[in-house]
Design a protein around this ligand. Sequence first.
Ligand code: UD1
Length: 445
Amino acid sequence: MDSMVIEGGIPLKGGVSISGSKNASLPIIVSSIMFDNVDNEIDNVPDLEDIKTIKKLLISLGAEIKESDRADKVIINTSHINNCDAPYDLVKTMRASILVLGPLLAKYKRARVSLPGGCAIGARPIDFHLNAFRLLGADVEVDHGYVEVSADKLKGAMITFPIPSVTGTENVIMAATLAEGTTVIKNAAMEPEIDDLILALNNGGADIRRTELAVIVIKGVKKLNKLKHGVLPDRIEAGTFMVASAITKGDIILNDIEVRHLKAIISKLSEAGAKIIINSSSSLRIKGSKVIKSVDISTAPYPNFPTDMQAQMMALMTLSSGLCVIAENVFENRFMHVAELMRLKADIKVRNNFAIVKGVKKLSGAEVMATDLRASASLVLAGLASSDGCTTVSRIYHLDRGYEKMEKKLAGLGAMVSRVKEDEPAPIVEPIFNNKIHERDAQVE
Ligand code: UD1
């Protein structure tokens, strides 16, 4: 398992290009199941472990992934799908694998997918997805750790989510796309990744409209033609690099972003003292301030502050000038990074879903362990800001799930980071504590 070694204390400088969105790529890639064309083309797909997992899953169903001239382009032929079962081995490594349920049900009227099981950031059931499939006319059975959905035909229905669910909304959109009649989703999630999926489907012949902010109307169509789409930029990768600039008191320019999707992040980072200059709709500059102000953060579905940026903002707040409260309102157990940040001498107390962060003057490098994707990012950010000793973040395969070439991008901004391969001897670092890190592992997102 690779580690990342970080020599902190260097203000980041320069420009960085943000990759395509992981959370938009995943549903768009699986939506290819519903298209009849042999060459479905998706551009701006990031090179990530999660993308490799979803490609493996599609191949296991009988899809063919073709060679393309560009690394960020995926060409998929799904015309020979001959299997509707997604096995435990693939689903357990990535919860988003449940996204195949909707398109398989829509196109082949049957799907059998392993239940994703527990994960590090909470129980995360899929009851909303399954109840919605039932309303569309499907039989749903859960047995031996698998969920099996089947239907003679799907019929449009009125679906109201108890709370907005991102992949729930995406699964229902896909299931309803080829159904008979009209489906209305109320209290639908508003994340931009959902609108990117809608755009991709509509360009291929679907009839889906967001009629109000939280209402999506899907008029079923008989078939979809060709999937041809460029994925939107990753707002969480962008937010993570913005924090990297703020926490190192750097000055960086982010390119290939969608500024309008970053409003909540821009607002919080500005409140914390960072100077943000919008260059255009796809580029901004962020300069860290000498003093990081404490700001309270409360996560909630889009357009509010994203839970996927909570850990990174917490890293920033560990070096703030005062005290702040971070409320995690989306997932009940998303504070796994706290114990690791404290190994770097952060001062954080957790009470239920609140973390009280008291800023410290400096963080000290230490050996820490990544426990999930965004927790890993927060440890890397804290390591970049640790002015006293180097930080080794182990188990960075979590990072590889969601950040494309992170160490290369950081090195391009002047950071002293290197990846240590599993079979290479670990660099000598001064451990701050001797307590053994618990063997923990996590499946998230
Ligand atoms: C997606 C994102 C993830 C992000 C999360 C919240 C992908 C691949 N992943 O995850 O990065 O952190 O949105 O922005 O896009 N819930 C239920 N029952 C359900 C479904 C959800 O109770 O059937 C609850 C969840 O436990 C959670 C809340 O609803 O408390 C929102 O979760 P949801 O939006 O579904 O998250 P994901 O789609 O899994």
